[in-house]
Structure formats: C-alpha cells, structure tokens
Design a protein. Structure first.
Length: 268
C-alpha cells in the first residue's frame, strides 16, 4: 500500500487535512481541529490563520488552489500566528475528577486512546518511556471513560504504587483495592476484591482492583475475574505477558471477552 501523502483542501467550508502517521502529533497540536473518522482526516476551520499554520508545520504538503488562496489572502487585520508547539493544555479538555495537571505528552496519550476507542478499537498499547507518567495517563483514561469497573494487573512491587497514584491524581470518589502479598492468599485476594466491589456498588462509585500478575491468572481469582464485566483492563509493564503461550498471557486473552477497553502499558 503506498504511503499517504499530506494533502490539504477546502471541502464544505472547512480545511480537510490528510497526512501520514508520522505527522499525527503535528496535526494534534494545531488548535481547533478534530479527527473525522469517515474521511480519516483532520478537519479545521477554513481561516487564514489555520491555512498558514498548516502550510508552515506540515512537511511535503500538497494543497488545492482554494487552500493556497486562503493562506495567501491579505489579512483583514494584523494577526499573530501562535506556533502549534506552544498550544496550552487547558482544563476544558481534561476529564473531571483529576487533581493533577498533566504534561502535554500525557494529554496527547490520553487523546490518542480516546480517539481510537471512539473508532471502535478496544485494545491499545501505550509505549511511553520510564518516568513519563503512564499511570497518570491511565488514571485520566479511567476518568474520561467513566469506567465503573477497572482491573489493573502489574508486578507485585508496583501494586502499592498504583494506590499512591490514584490518591495523588484522582479526587473523584472511587474504591481502590490493592492486592499484594499483604492481602494474603489468592483465595483471600478474591474475597477482598468481591467485598470492595460490593462496597463500590453500594456507594455508586467506580471500583478499581489492582493485583499482581502471578495472582491474577490463578484460581479462584481468575475464575471470578473472568465472570465480571470490566469497563477497563490495564496491563502495566505489559512485557510481562509477551509470551503467547504463557499462563498470564492466556488469562488476558480470555479476559478480553469481558473487557470493553484493554490498555497495555510499557516503557520497554
């Protein structure tokens, strides 16, 4: 399949911009745009300012005569063109219940997930370097999706980290249970998860269950988890389940039938 060439044209009183995948972040940074699923293109207001920004930041752009005329027309009044890279992160695009102001790249990761989920893609990978805030992006997604049931699997040492992340970043009422070695056996972990889920349902708030990989696929927890309907399942440090025939990998393969959205997080 040939590579998509960046092209801008005026259609129906709007700028329609089609670009290759490499220009995705550039398109997101141009203010006022939206992703049109049907056209598989970005759509912007047909203003001289937008035409000039697009022409300046999109490499190897092919454009229609109408687009060129829009960008070359003399402005009605002096204007200042703000570079897309300076676009500020405003509270209006953030999900409610978030107490931490995220960095731009975390908002980009959040919007990336939301856009693809809107297209019907229920399984996604966020490959973000260590220390770049994957957990905050995941908390944003849980809030943005209004997820009522969330299951997070991670290495044993990371279970308490997730509890800290929710306490630090989320002000919305939520019941979070961390099932590490202090929770006891796998049977006791299942009992604790059931109890906290009932508590969340009684309060009418979201339920978040954090458990280590080596317990998640074991019975009786696995049997219980596979009978629940999860709005969001997160596999943190997802390289831990990269072996196709591994017991943990097979558990998550079965779990996809019970999960609306599945997110894999990795820094490797």
């Amino acid at each position: 399949m040939p590579d998509i060439v960046a092209r801008a044209e005026i259609v129906g009183g709007a700028i329609v911009l089609q670009t290759p995948l490499a220009s995705l972040l550039l398109c997101r940074r141009i203010p006022g745009g939206r992703w049109d699923v049907g056209r598989r293109a970005w759509v912007y207001p047909a203003t001289q300012r937008h035409a000039r920004i697009i022409g300046a930041v999109i490499p190897k752009l092919q454009s229609s005569a109408a687009f060129n005329a829009l960008g070359e027309a003399p402005p009605a009044a002096p204007e200042v063109i703000t570079p897309p890279a300076e676009t500020k992160v405003t509270d209006s695009i953030l999900p409610p219940g978030l107490s931490t102001r995220p960095w731009r790249h975390q908002v980009t990761a959040y919007n990336f997930c939301r856009d693809h989920i809107a297209e019907g893609k229920g399984g996604l990978l966020l490959a973000m370097g260590m220390g770049t805030g994957k957990s905050l992006a995941a908390c944003m997604l849980a809030l943005g999706l209004d997820a009522k049931r969330v299951l997070i699997a991670c290495p044993l040492r990371v279970v308490p980290v997730w509890l800290t992340q929710f306490e630090r970043h989320v002000t919305a009422p939520v019941v979070v249970v961390g099932l590490d070695e202090s929770a006891g056996s796998v049977t006791e972990k299942r009992a604790a998860a059931q109890e906290k889920m009932r508590l969340a349902e009684a309060r009418g708030v979201p339920f978040v269950c954090v458990i280590n990989y080596d317990s998640a696929w074991l019975e009786p927890f696995s049997d219980w988890a596979e009978k629940q309907n999860w709005d969001l399942v997160i596999a943190d440090e997802a390289h831990r389940i990269k072996a196709p025939g591994g017991k943990a990998s097979l558990f998550f393969k079965r779990l996809r039938r019970r999960a609306k959205v599945r997110i894999a997080l990795t820094g490797r």
